[in-house]
Design a protein around this ligand. Structure first.
Ligand SMILES: [Mg+2]
Length: 471
């Protein structure tokens, strides 16, 4: 019995020995592979932690590390460097109109261009979205930085081919130079960011060096912007209405809706002060549409039982035309407020025409199709050419007040605009009319409409109602 069992064990061992060895070998290889896997996994994880997933460029963490090293080198070897903060202008438009896949494709292409635009010793990183940073090493002078920045912008100026379309982009660049004073990596990046912000608000596609006054201004602006956001939420904004009269018989034909800000501490803040803030923060779109809605509501009351119904002029910031649904939004408000579309005059800036923005052109055509009128505001200040005026669907020109002020000395400019309007089948409005002599002069020139203190200042709704009753 015992013998039988021993034989059986021997038999099993004889059969299994090679199997066990094979299994061991297999196991050993597996362990090695696993170790190797772990090592490569570790390397991968470390790489991922320091690089941007989409472009493979260094991310913020690695960039900060490189910045610290550059600061250290400056201390020990007195080498200077520059930090560039680059933001693609109107990138959102690409995502909105062509989709996120196309947006990503463009970002990848931009990353490659940026890398090609500087020597490999420099760091090109992506902070996220359409924000990139470049760390330019071994900088000798400010002029040299400008040359290197121009080279970067030059590389970006070549059209991109994305999703079967040719795209042209511009970017705004803020520059912070390393200084002799001790500065941290965070501060340098922040300063470059602030300078980029300035570059963007002043002239898209440009560059600016950081200056300490920019920081103070930024803080003030941020505080006011915070207040403005609250003003929108807490209904501190008011709409005033300035009458627009037909010059031939001085009948009130319309009103321009103008926003005012009643600040709880600072009192009435002038639009010249807060409109740029609203534009910078993007709040302008919300404000403009709110003004339109308020205006439509008032207009309904004023036009009830009025022989000549009034038109309502509303200013529309160029920023709206970056939004794909601007026409829908306006259409929606007009429908909700039961406004006759042909009573609405949207005032756009001349710069919008000059930007040669296809999306804007399409939006203006859609507004026209709705029956809404489109008027170029502050006309004459932006040097727009005849070709723009012909290409865009426009109904009217509003002569900038600076020309009206000069009417006595330089009547030719106004006369030219009036003639131009007549030739292109557009009505012409003169704003800033203050004196009787100006009103007479503009009427003689056959300018169609006028507005200004000479007739009435912008009035709160109640006072406008009284003004209309007295007319
Ligand atoms: Mg206006």
């Amino acid at each position: 019995m015992q013998q039988a069992m021993n034989d059986q064990v021997a038999e099993i061992q004889a059969v299994d020995t090679p199997k066990t060895e094979e299994a061991n070998r297999l196991l050993e290889t597996k362990v090695q592979e696993r170790t190797y896997d772990l090592e490569s996994l570790n390397r991968q994880l470390q790489h991922d932690a320091m690089h941007d997933a989409l472009t493979g460029l260094p991310n913020r963490a690695l960039l900060m590390d490189r910045l610290e090293q550059a600061i250290e080198r400056q201390r020990s070897a007195s080498t200077s460097f520059a930090v560039l903060f680059l933001d693609v202008d109107r990138f959102k438009l690409v995502n909105d109109s062509l989709g996120h896949a196309a947006g990503d494709e463009l970002l990848l292409a931009i990353a490659a261009r940026l890398q090609a635009s500087v020597a490999p010793v420099n760091t090109v990183g992506r902070l996220g979205g359409d924000e990139f940073t470049l760390l330019l090493e071994d900088v000798q002078s400010r002029e040299e930085v400008i040359q290197r920045v121009k080279m970067v912008l030059h590389h970006l100026a070549v059209p991109f081919s994305v999703a079967g379309q040719e795209l042209r982009i511009t970017a705004s660049i803020g520059i912070a130079l390393s200084s002799d004073e001790p500065t941290g990596a965070d501060e340098l990046l922040r300063d470059a960011d602030i300078a980029m912000y300035q570059a963007k608000t002043q002239h898209k596609g440009g560059h600016r060096f950081f200056e300490p006054t920019m920081y103070e201004r930024r803080v003030t602006l941020l505080n006011l912007q915070r207040d403005l956001r609250q003003a929108v939420e807490q209904s501190q904004l008011r709409v005033y209405y300035q009458p627009i009269l037909r010059l031939s018989d001085q009948v009130v034909m319309g009103v321009e809706a103008l926003v005012r800000w009643q600040h709880p501490e600072h009192g009435m803040i002038s639009p010249a002060e807060f409109i740029p803030l609203a534009e910078e923060s993007g709040l302008i779109c919300e404000i403009d549409l709110w003004v339109l809605r308020e205006g439509c509501r008032q207009l309904r009351g004023w036009n009830a039982g009025r022989a000549t119904p009034l038109t309502l002029s509303v200013n529309l910031s160029a920023q709206h035309f970056d939004q794909p649904d601007i026409v829908e939004q306006v259409k929606w408000i007009l429908a909700e407020e039961e406004t006759e579309t042909q009573r609405i005059h949207l005032e756009i800036t001349e710069s919008l025409l000059m930007a040669d923005n296809i999306q804007a052109l399409e939006a203006l055509r859609a507004f026209r199709a709705l029956g809404v009128k489109v008027v170029v505001d502050d006309f004459g200040t932006g040097y727009s050419s005849l070709s723009y005026l012909q290409r865009f669907p426009l109904d009217g020109l509003k002569i900038d007040r600076s020309f009206v002020t000069m009417a006595a000395e330089q009547p030719e400019v106004i006369q030219t605009i009036v003639t131009l309007g007549r030739t292109l089948n557009m009505h012409v409005v003169a704003e800033g009319l203050e004196e009787d002599a100006q009103i007479r002069q503009l009427r003689e020139m056959e300018c169609d409409f006028g507005q200004g203190y000479g007739f009435a200042r912008p009035l709160p709704p109640q006072e406008l109602s009284e003004f209309l009753r007295e007319c």
